[in-house]
Design a protein around this ligand. Structure first.
Ligand code: ATP
Ligand code: MG
Length: 423
């Protein structure tokens, strides 16, 4: 099928929004005799006049041919999905060979390395708005999937039958809700129907891919709307049942309140990405609070720090690590630290610890930033936040970046008696 082609006078696309290194890669591939286009989310974003987060490239060159052109700047990765990563300093560009799509059978796909034409590559993509190509040489947008029209109309439409596509790769259901939350696009009724009928398939997807989509959505500044949708369309219930139950309980609104605050911080600070451990703390902290209330009721006392630590880790294990066996240990450990430190910053009762060694902890700034999120969500913590922030900067000014002696001091080894004194 001939694609629809849109010229500069139609799209008015601002080439300055494209990373010059991405343009360089596209040019090198073209100079070597291959077809190469900008694809996916980056084309969608520049057409919507949004600066893309990353730039993906599709080409007629095979992975080994890409490797030959970019040599040591290029590594080939993935077995199921073999593609090239081209590195420029700290930036990495994903360059993949045009792939043929799936057949029409609604089976879970396990192999993905069947090379194809540009058209086949567009058709294997998830939604029409993500299936557009941009050719920087001719400055044209190439559209095999009616993505241009859907983008203008603000519609999220699956490429191909949504029920078949969701069964082939259930992560697409999460991506449907992600684009709905992020761009406020209308979901085409067929997609909604397929989402409802295929939802149980979600458990067949690789947990690592689901976790990555969830974390990326938390970082995107649309975490609040996205988690609402995940729960509303009953996907969360299948993915992290403990969290879904909590969100539906009377305390669930606290998680949404924190997520809304984190989203607000993101948008107010030129789309700064908050640390994953902070965002995970937004979800876990209200659950910990609820469990502390239960602890107090059963034990008739507040938990000490040992008990608190056990409680926080059990919440992390039950919510995040039970659902995602490979939930990164580093995120768990920092989130646990952030949450436990809240009870030093705003202790139970009136008693306040005069020890402030923990202000020198490596991750203390994150705990302080979480207190700021709490203060923004509930202004009864504002004074406390400013008090600690003040103290933290005072100490930093006083000690510079050096750790104070009492933290780093090493025990002196007792001096060995010299041979002379022994004699
Ligand atoms: P983001 O802005 O979050 O990066 P994106 O659409 O660019 O959104 P990526 O995960 O970077 O998402 O994927 C790049 C492109 O790869 C998509 O735009 C889409 O064309 C294609 N794609 C990604 N995931 C799938 C999938 N599960 N099925 C089919 N195509 C996909
Ligand atoms: Mg992308």
């Amino acid at each position: 099928m001939e694609p629809k082609i849109y010229f500069p006078e139609d799209h008015g696309l601002d080439q300055d929004l494209i990373d010059p290194d991405a343009l360089f890669i596209l040019k090198k591939l073209r100079d070597a005799g291959f077809t190469a286009y900008l694809v996916g989310g980056s084309v969608r974003d520049i057409l919507a006049r949004v600066k893309p987060k990353d730039f993906d490239i599709s080409t007629s060159a095979l992975p080994e041919e890409i490797k030959k052109i970019f040599r040591k700047n290029c590594i080939l990765i993935g077995r199921r999905f073999r593609l090239a990563h081209i590195r420029f300093g700290r930036k990495i560009f994903e360059v993949s060979t045009f792939r043929a799509g799936e057949t029409d059978e609604a089976d879970l796909i396990v192999r993905d390395n069947v090379w194809g034409t540009a058209e086949e590559d567009a058709r294997r993509r998830d939604f029409s708005i993500n299936g557009l190509f941009y050719d920087p040489y001719h400055k044209t947008v190439i559209d095999y999937v009616d993505g241009w029209h859907d983008l203008k109309e603000g519609v999220l439409r699956s490429i191909g039958n949504p029920e078949v596509r969701f069964k082939q790769d259930p992560v697409r259901m999460i991506r449907l809700l992600k684009f709905h939350a992020r761009f406020d696009l209308k979901m085409e009724p067929g997609c909604v129907k397929a989402l409802k009928s295929c939802r149980e398939e979600i458990v067949k997807s690789a947990p690592a891919r689901i976790l990555e989509e969830l974390l990326r959505m938390l970082e995107s500044g649309h975490g609040h709307d996205f988690f609402k949708l995940l729960s509303e369309y009953q996907l969360l219930d299948l993915l992290i049942p403990e969290l879904d139950q909590f969100l539906r309980s009377e305390n669930g609104s606290q998680v949404y309140e924190f997520l809304k605050t984190a989203d607000l911080i993101h948008h107010k600070n030129e789309n700064v990405t908050l640390e994953r451990s902070l965002l995970i703390s937004c979800i876990l902290f209200p659950i910990v609070e609820r469990q502390i209330a239960d602890f107090c009721e059963t034990h008739d006392k507040t938990p000490n720090f040992g008990e608190l630590s056990v409680l926080v880790w059990s919440v992390i294990r039950e919510t995040m690590t039970s659902a995602f066996t490979h939930f990164p240990r580093k995120i768990s450990a920092i989130s646990a630290y952030i949450i436990i430190t809240q009870y030093r910053l705003t202790p139970f009762g009136k008693r306040r610890s005069h020890r402030s060694k923990f202000l020198h902890d490596k991750d203390f700034p994150l705990a302080l930033r979480f207190l700021r999120i709490r203060a923004l969500a509930d202004n009864q913590y504002s004074d406390k936040f400013f008090e600690w922030e003040n103290m933290y900067y005072q100490i930093k000014k006083h000690h510079g970046d050096k750790k104070p002696k009492y933290v780093s001091q090493k025990r002196r080894k007792p001096k060995r008696k010299s041979a002379q004194s022994n004699s």
